[in-house]
Design a protein around this ligand. Structure first.
Ligand code: FAD
Length: 553
């Protein structure tokens, strides 16, 4: 935590030097002494300190300055640092102004010049004010701070990105913090676009993309080598397992992830059936451990980079990123998993991120503390979501089309949900439409037996209605089944005993697609058992096939 600041302001260099000397003498071990030779310089410094998240304990300001009086300056800095103590340095003739400003700006004290000897005339006053400040001040958070509107899709996206990447941050609701509003409104060029992300080095990003944010906070986003043995596309359990085994066996490997390592599993509030964790493990913890393990073995993990295409240029396989950059390798493995299916109902589009969320959106839980939330879907992920949100929300309503939660949901989850008082279940209903002005207010539900509509007032709706594979980037290149999942090894359709377009003598290896050297594992593969352990197993086992392939190039 940076030391809090004592700022002295005077346009007379001699007086300023004397104040600074006396302040340093007594307070330099606990405070940073900052001086400003004019009111405007002081205002600028006060803004910078607010931007950096550094607390100002005390302003000691001369009343007579050409650009603005000390009282006027204190009125301005009070908007940015409302908790700071404010002391005016006055001459005898300014006493009336000082007394008036006690009420006007909440002046804490005024000192007469000269203040000699400081032991009697300066330090006793300042000691009292500083100890009072210390006992009451809420010391600012000196990590990353996100300032945004609670009901904003962009703010939600930035929070999700940081929390999935396990980067701690402080959230500041701009509507609840007038000092932050003041700071942002004074940014050059007018009000910055929200959300604004303040970094500990004093810089900021306005409405940043995931890539810009990742680069700024020091996540690896660019490959360091021009060529790799293997490129892994997707950083869920399958991709991470593949990276761990490949790197541990000495392959040059880079993993490219569009969002954050962990994939679907990373959004799970508790995975209870993964071998070796009898009390369960959060998806975030599992992702963090796996990423650290992969890196320790020398794998490169790129974040916030989307793969938009893969091409074959024998013997190389080339992966194209959304930025246009390319990464070359001998082999590629697709572990792109699945994304939640979208709910196509009237009214939903403008409310995305404004009360309507796909998947767990764990970072939103605190926002809906004490409120009504709704879970759409009846499989395990919906059950986990309902239990997680029940810890924060006043009431959680699960909406399912089936007649009950079983058998789509695991027995242990159903039992736990039944035992949770603030969870309700509505069966045989589906979402017909959603309404809300600027934020979700109401869901219209249709009874599947009677066709009748009823309304449910709720502020948040988390949708878990199944998933579709992430395979658009290989359409036309790789064989997929009718649902878009990638076909591999023995599952590939054959023509005269060979997969279509296959020119090699040998058959495709296990996990190999119809293009030699391109593999698929985990949820994205047709026929995969969609579980964390299965994805980890496939990602690890595919290394054997990749090894065999690398021996041929
Ligand atoms: C909320 C929830 C709870 C779950 N709970 C459990 C549980 O308790 N137990 C259990 O066994 N299973 C659980 N599952 C299922 C399990 O998480 C999945 O089976 C598993 O994560 C699949 O792993 P994967 O690596 O194949 O794919 P995913 O986890 O889907 O990971 C794929 C990754 O690829 C990335 N990606 C996709 N396209 C691109 C691209 N073009 N460029 C770059 N990156 C890309 C994605 O961002 C993602 O990170 C749960 C799933 C969810 C959603």
């Amino acid at each position: 935590m940076a030391r809090p600041v004592i700022m002295s302001v005077d346009d007379d260099p001699q007086v300023l030097g004397a104040i600074e000397r006396d302040l340093r003498q007594r307070y330099k071990s606990g405070y940073r002494i900052v001086k400003a030779g004019s009111a405007l310089e002081a205002l600028d410094a006060a803004r910078q300190l607010k931007q950096r998240g550094t607390a100002v304990a005390l302003f000691l300001v001369d009343q007579r300055m050409p650009e603005m009086t000390g009282t006027q300056l204190l009125a301005e800095v009070r908007k940015l640092h409302p908790e700071s103590r404010k002391v005016l340095l006055t001459a005898y003739a300014d006493t009336d102004a000082a007394i008036a400003s006690i009420n006007e700006i909440g002046l804490d004290h005024y000192l007469m010049k000269p203040w000699d000897p400081p032991d009697q005339k300066l330090y006793p006053v300042l000691d009292d004010l500083l100890s009072e400040w210390k006992s009451r001040a809420h010391l600012p958070y000196d990590g990353i701070r996100i300032v945004g509107a609670r009901l904003s899709a962009q703010s939600h996206a930035v929070r999700e990105f940081l929390s999935h990447n396990q980067v701690p941050y402080q959230w500041i609701d701009v509507d609840q913090d007038s000092a932050m509003r003041e700071l942002i409104a004074a940014f050059p060029g007018g009000a910055a676009r929200l959300p604004v992300v303040f970094l500990p080095d004093g810089t900021y990003l306005s409405a940043p993309s995931s890539l810009a944010l990742a680069e700024k906070i020091g996540l690896q986003t660019q490959a360091t080598n021009p060529f790799y043995d293997v490129v892994v596309v997707g950083g869920g359990p399958a991709g991470l397992a593949n990276a761990v085994y490949a790197a541990s066996e000495g392959m040059r490997i880079v993993l490219v992830e569009q969002n954050a390592p962990g994939g679907q599993a990373g959004t799970s509030s508790r995975i209870e059936n993964y071998l070796g964790f009898p009390n369960g493990i959060t998806g975030a913890d599992l992702a963090q451990r796996a990423s650290a393990q992969a890196r320790r073995f020398g794998a490169e993990l790129l974040t916030a980079q989307e793969v938009v295409g893969i091409r074959r240029d024998d013997p190389y396989r080339i992966v194209t990123l959304a930025s246009g950059k390319e990464i070359s390798s001998y082999a590629v493995i697709l572990t792109t998993g699945m994304a939640v299916r979208t709910l196509e109902v009237p009214g939903i589009e403008p409310l995305l991120g404004l009360g309507v969320y796909y998947g767990a959106a764990l970072s939103e839980a605190v926002m809906y503390g004490g409120r009504e939330v709704c879970i759409i879907g009846g499989a395990n992920s919906a059950g986990q979501g309902a239990l997680f949100f029940s810890r924060y929300a006043r009431r959680v309503t699960i909406v399912v089309r089936a007649a009950g939660l079983s058998p789509a949901m695991s027995h242990y989850l159903v039992e736990r949900i039944n035992a949770t008082e603030n969870i309700d279940i509505l069966t045989r209903v589906e979402v017909a439409s959603v309404n809300g002005r600027g934020h979700l207010e109401q869901i219209v539900l249709r009874n599947l037996d009677t066709g009748e509509d009823c309304t449910l007032n709720t502020e948040a709706m988390f949708i878990y209605i199944g998933t579709a594979p992430h395979t658009e980037m290989v359409a036309g290149l790789l064989e997929r089944n009718d649902k878009g999942f990638i076909l591999t090894g023995p599952d590939l359709p054959r023509l005269n005993g060979k997969p279509r377009g296959w020119t090699l003598e040998r058959d495709p290896f296990l996990f190999e697609t119809n293009v030699p050297g391109i593999f698929a594992a985990g949820d994205v593969r047709a026929g995969a058992n969609r579980r964390v352990a299965a994805a980890v197993g496939e990602g690890s086992a595919a290394i054997y096939s990749i090894h065999k392939y690398l021996e041929t190039v």
